[in-house]
Design a protein around this ligand. Structure first.
Ligand SMILES: [Zn+2]
Length: 325
């Protein structure tokens, strides 16, 4: 079992890493300047004002002296875009889905993907164990700044979470304050988390390239703001979900963490009626259409609600922030 990764897959991985200069991959997201035989820029994995992020094209590696982030092209994509290993390889090879490979190699990739996913779920559960109540934390201040002042349920927590995840050693590097939401599977078990990285004063989301990152099994799961009932409301984002919860206290609100996963929540049988709470934009409307088809096909009653047309989402409506024309 030691060498189960086939040669073809190994070659794909090497080809993926070598395909582009790393500075070109990183350079799409980070402004880099040449410094000797390296490139330097502001680290996308932590908030900084003087550049401590270095990219070495000759070695195909990057390293941040500020937060400890480091690795190759695959590590960069995994962490920057929140992807798993096999997806990062596929992105680098420029192909849709899995890289082309013989059936034998494909089974090696499927095993790798399963292992990735299992590891991500365990990592999410470990981070979840370390969270605590938002009372008196930057997460409470952040939610208050979004007009969310009600008590929050047990699936909404505060944590000092790692900014950087190393695929070999687990979590590492600097930790940052975050609002952490626990996503549950059909049976109610936590299988994933969403982290909303915050400034230490809780005034806003951290000034990072990607302040909202999920980890673990997101597709199929949902952040339940109350236990299941005959009717539930499904919405996309944490702030929207917590806003709706204040307005519709009797109907449980569940958060799908992204438009892409709205149609795929693995709902318990007792849920007979799903109200889809969409955003007022093309992606939001498309997600509602798609989700309606899916849940109707499962024999459930479906309807949809949207914010007043002057507002893009439920939290904007709550705060009176009008859509830009
Ligand atoms: Zn850094």
């Amino acid at each position: 079992m030691k060498n189960w990764r086939s040669n073809q897959f190994k070659q794909d991985v090497e080809r993926a890493k070598a395909r582009f200069d790393l500075s070109r991959i990183v350079g799409r997201h980070v402004k880099l300047r040449k410094a000797g035989n390296e490139h330097v820029g502001l680290c996308p994995f932590h908030n900084e004002k003087t550049p401590s992020f270095r990219v070495n094209d000759a070695k195909g590696v990057f390293h941040c002296f500020g937060c400890g982030a480091g690795g190759d092209a695959i590590d960069f994509i995994m962490n920057f875009e929140g992807r798993e290993f096999v997806d990062a390889v596929a992105i680098l090879l420029g192909e849709e889905g899995l890289p082309e490979a013989a059936p034998r190699d494909r089974s090696a990739m499927v095993r790798q993907e399963k292992a990735d996913r299992a590891a991500a779920v365990l990592a999410a559960q470990a981070e979840w164990q370390d969270t605590r109540s938002i009372k008196g934390t930057p997460a409470e201040l952040y939610l208050a700044s979004r007009g969310i002042t009600a008590d929050v349920p047990a699936t909404v927590r505060y944590g000092r979470v790692a900014l950087w995840r190393d695929k070999k050693t687990g979590f590492g590097g600097r930790r940052c304050s975050a609002l952490v939401l626990g996503a549950q599977d059909r049976r109610g078990k936590i299988v994933g988390i969403q982290r909303v990285f915050l400034t230490e004063d809780g005034q806003k989301m951290a000034d990072m390239a990607n302040p909202k990152l999920s980890l673990g099994q997101i597709r199929g799961s949902a952040v339940r703001l109350a236990p299941p009932e005959k009717r539930i409301i499904l919405t996309e984002g944490p702030e929207d979900g917590l806003t709706l919860r204040m307005k519709s206290h009797k109907v449980p609100v569940w958060i799908t963490l992204g438009t892409g996963s709205m149609p795929y929540v693995d709902l318990p049988d007792e849920v007979e009626h799903v109200t889809l709470a969409g955003d007022n934009n093309a992606a939001g409307r498309a997600a509602v259409e798609r989700a309606a088809e899916e849940y109707e096909a499962q024999g459930r009653r479906v309807d949809a609600i949207f914010p007043d047309r002057r507002y893009e989402d439920w939290n904007d409506e709550h705060l009176g922030i009008r859509m830009k024309k």
